[in-house]
Ligand binder design. Sequence first.
Ligand code: PLP
Length: 398
Amino acid sequence: MASEPPVTNPLVYLDHAATTPLDPRVRSEMEPWLSSACGNPSSLHSAGRRARAAIDLARERVARLIGAEPAEIVFTASGTEADNLALAGSVARRGGLVTSAIEHPAVIETARSLGSAGLSVSFVAPRVDGVVHPDDLTAALAGGAGLVSIMAANNVVGTVQPLPELARAAHAAGALFHTDAVQAAGKLPLEVRDAGIDLLSMSAHKMHGPQGVGALFVREGLELEPIVRGGGQERGRRSATENVAGIVGFGAAAGIAREEMAAEAVRLVVLRERILETLGERLPCAYLIGDRFRRLPGHLCLGLAGLENEAITLLLALDERGIAVSSGSACSSRHAGQPSHVLAAMGFDPIRARGSLRVTLGRFTTDEDVERFLDALPAVAAALRPVTSRPFHERSPA
Ligand code: PLP
């Protein structure tokens, strides 16, 4: 049988908030665990002990990325699972959850499910710049809560939240503080002790590590009810045979991110600002959504005044030119074209909440990639203009 043609990566990949390419240095550390090395970390023989040692090293590296102790890291199968464990595992014990209206579905859906099971759940709205204000959190906590969950950086808009102030507000009300740092970890310095964080979720594939492995930081001494039960791995907090290659890759990715974060952030901010300034000249209808500077280094969410209904068409036209960006309208193709709950919570009307583009840069994004995008976006937008200038009822539905 003829083999499938290899999947080729788009030439210009600007969708790093969705997932990041595996760093070759990470891949080479994973390689032995995908080929010759074999051992269940729970086995007593030397092959098992080698796998255990590899996991221990990865745990140390992941812990160091956020200023935690290795024993405070629980490996999971994803950022989504880490969020589920944080909310269900701690709220189940303490009762009452306050979260924000701009969280990833991994938090929002878990919160809704806990709400349906009878827990008190409330959602704080961000201000128009995409930032959750600590005073608004304090007000939402007036009725009391056991847990607050506010993300470190938003996946749609890229805005960064004031974690220490939010954690202080949570603690003042007697609640624990969880943050979904899936987008922020490896890109921004995070120090769990300084910031007063009790629980923190991460995911390897957002920092040039492999897909399908995440971690939850659980502050020492904090009790957590497992959501995956079985053989008692991860100190009983997350049973299942460990994904050794994935965890090794996560450790490698965390180590590299920690080393290179500061220089990389500067490089990405320069590229990001170049995109904004150049689009200001070449595509004046494009505007930035969310606070200009309080954002992830490589993250832009662009509104397109007058082209809101064409965001998906623009995305596909860019794709035809070998440029991968994302629609800011929703986090997945399953919801493409629907208004974003994040933009809606920031006060955008349904039209504007549907029509944005998310452009996210990463470690392998080059100046040339950015130039190609800056040439292509105004060109594909110009090609759409005749369509958009027709009366709305004459246009095909978006
Ligand atoms: N939280 C945020 C903020 C995210 O952006 C994502 C993924 O896009 C997740 C959680 C889910 O992580 P994972 O893809 O590892 O399940």
